[in-house]
Design a binder for this molecule. Structure first.
Ligand SMILES: CC(C)(CO)[C@@H](O)C(=O)NCCC(=O)O
Ligand code: NA
Length: 614
């Protein structure tokens, strides 16, 4: 970029930014030296299962709200209009289902890693496949997260690119390793507040400097940036109500239902009720975050009227222009550019730290501990800390990989969530909702889901079938209409495989989840489906039983093949009563020898709980 276009920081800005880093490390140090001083894995990885709902909920939004969203969403609104806002509709089911299906089921199993569920429900192999898929997902995502803010700052202000990447990665590794999950959650709380403060500051100053609310509104309307509800059912249409509001639900479920980073936070809550409450509290904050990013995109549009930034900012224009806009707006207000940079890095740090800690957890719990059952707690904690550090260093390497990709960062992040998170979601759905699914079916399903997702994902990159319609770079309605007819004449509908490749990326999660379930069920039925009572108690959610609530009980029992959500509590009438426990449609359940063996060694408490109950 031409250096004359670059904006510069004042000393105050550097101080504000340095304060953010210092405060984060300070919180890490505090939790290294207080409480149990991070000497057990229970504290380091699970925060002693003692958290309250407010910090948990702020930490939940921080996990997947990174600089990618802060920069990517305004850039999306600026170029394509406000259609993306409808992803907010997906938050409703995308949070209600985790709160009422996933959290109760996972919390009651007293897990440490979400993937432990897969061993309880299926087998060790499925657990390891699930864990490896998760590690793959988070390692790539982490690279995007650490690279994005550094790259955008570099393009707009000449801030040293790799120096910034290195500082972010190292500071984050430091406080994550020092303070464990408690530090991660409490820095998330602090960083989420800084994130909102930075966005609000830019919007207030931006509206002021573009001539007030009504002026912004007028320009946005003239430029045709306000999108109505697009109900086009075409699944290749990039953003419509269906892709965002329905496809987005699967994306949300893969993040808020089964992703270890989030499940670990639910499990760290002191009670199940607090966990559910924290999930509910994510809703307003996530809407606020989405709303602020959208408004920022609109203010930016009002300011530049869709001006094309590719000349000023080079190839990286889409994402870098957000920083350019911020620096332009905040010029002459010392401290505010620093606050925005702090906002950007808060968003990034809180995501990367969640990734480090969750990766250390699954590597420890799913890959190492099962092989060294007699490892001392002290040793295990030390290994977990070493793991957190190693993932921190790996993250720097992944940032370099992102550097080589060069696409819109929001697109890259959401594609990763869909392509890799979708199949994991499918695996959990297969286990929770389909009692017949067996372990062979699960492995085959996961494999097929990943192949399907990567086929369409890579196909779309190679054939460049993004399905994006660019809005004209102008404020005036006349040119808009002319531009749209011109576009309409040029673009023709893709056919055959090309049509498959142009599937909207918002459907990737739903599409791959569906493949996992379909292939998983087919293979299960071919290889001998599981029978009633074979699955570990509490691992199947009686979905069919709940959907067929109108059937008489004995018919449901035959059709649904369910195990109770919670080990059956004996009712006063004795063991043979037909009272339903916890609303499930099950009959009384007797554990077989096989099931007891299927429980993990560290699940002793569960076995006892169960046996005493029966
Ligand atoms: C996870 C969602 C989709 C929820 O709105 C949102 O936070 C988002 O678009 N995130 C993008 C990825 C990121 O910010 O790292
Ligand atoms: Na974040």
């Amino acid at each position: 970029m031409d250096p004359s276009n670059q904006k510069h920081f004042s000393a105050v800005d550097y101080v504000v930014f340095a304060l953010l880093l210092a405060a984060s490390v300070g919180i890490g140090l505090y939790y290294a030296l207080s409480g149990g001083r991070q000497r057990t894995t229970q504290e380091f990885l699970m925060a002693d299962r003692s958290m309250r709902c407010l910090p948990v909920s702020l930490s939940l939004i921080a996990s997947f709200q990174s600089a990618v969203a802060i920069i990517g969403v305004p850039a999306e609104i600026y170029t394509h209009g406000t259609q993306y806002w409808f992803i907010g509709c997906a938050y409703i089911l995308g949070l209600l289902i985790p709160a009422h299906v996933f959290i109760p089921l996972l919390y009651r199993l007293k897990l440490s890693s979400a993937y432990q569920y897969l061993e309880l429900r299926f087998s060790k192999v499925v657990r390891i496949c699930g864990t490896l898929t998760f590690i793959f997902q988070m390692v790539i995502y982490m690279g995007v997260c650490v690279y994005t803010p550094a790259f955008a700052l570099n393009a707009a202000t000449g801030f040293q690119l790799w120096g910034t990447v290195l500082i972010t990665g190292l500071v984050c590794t430091l406080y994550t390793t020092l303070g464990g999950l408690k530090a991660v959650i409490w820095t998330d709380v602090f960083q989420t507040l800084v994130m909102f403060a930075g966005q609000i500051a830019v919007i207030i100053v931006g509206v002021e400097r573009t001539g007030g609310m009504s002026e912004v509104w007028r320009k946005v309307k003239e430029g045709n940036r306000l999108s109505g509800l697009d109900l086009n059912p075409d699944p290749t249409e990039r953003h419509t109500f269906w892709t965002l509001g329905v496809g987005g639900v699967f994306l949300m479920l893969s993040l808020y239902g089964v992703n270890q980073a989030q499940v670990q936070r639910y499990l760290s809550a002191r009670t199940e009720k607090e966990a559910v409450k924290s999930c509910y509290m994510v809703f307003p904050s996530l809407q606020l975050a989405l709303g602020l990013s959208c408004i920022m995109g609109l203010v930016m549009f009002a300011r530049y009227c869709g001006e094309d930034f590719s000349e000023k900012l080079g190839s990286s224009s889409r994402d870098a222009m957000v920083i350019y806009f911020v620096m332009d707006m905040l010029q002459g207000l010392p401290g505010l550019p620093g606050l925005f940079v702090a906002c950007l890095f808060s968003a990034a740090l809180s995501t990367i730290s969640s990734a480090f800690n969750s990766l250390a957890t699954v590597t420890m719990e799913d890959l190492i501990k099962p092989h060294f059952p007699s490892m001392s707690e002290e040793r295990a904690t030390l290994v977990s800390k070493a793991l957190a550090t190693s993932y921190g260093l790996l993250c720097l390497a992944m940032a370099y990989l992102t550097h080589l990709m060069g696409d819109s960062v929001l697109l890259v992040a959401l594609k990763i969530f869909g392509m890799v998170g979708g199949p994991i979601l499918g695996l959990f759905c297969l286990g929770m909702f389909f009692p017949w699914a067996n372990s062979k079916g699960a492995v085959a399903g996961l494999g097929a889901g990943l192949v399907g997702a990567f086929w369409v994902g890579i196909g779309s990159i190679v054939t460049r079938s993004s399905g994006a319609k660019r809005l004209p770079p102008s404020c005036h309605i006349n040119t808009t209409a002319a531009f749209q007819t011109a576009i309409g004449n040029v673009t023709s509908r893709p056919t055959g495989l090309h049509r498959f490749y142009s599937l909207s990326y918002m459907w990737y999660a739903g599409f791959s989840c569906l493949i996992v379930v379909l292939v998983g069920l087919t293979v299960s039925f071919l290889t001998g489906p599981m029978k009633e009572g074979e699955a570990t108690p509490g691992t199947v959610y009686p979905l069919l039983g709940k959907l067929l609530f109108f059937l008489p009980k004995h018919m449901k029992k035959n059709v649904c093949c369910v195990t109770p959500l919670r080990p059956a509590i004996p009712s006063p009438q004795g063991p043979h009563s037909h009272k339903e426990s916890n609303g499930t449609a099950s009959g009384q359940h007797t554990p077989s020898q096989q099931q007891t063996e299927r429980l993990l060694p560290d699940a002793d408490s569960r076995v006892i709980e169960y046996e005493t109950a029966v």
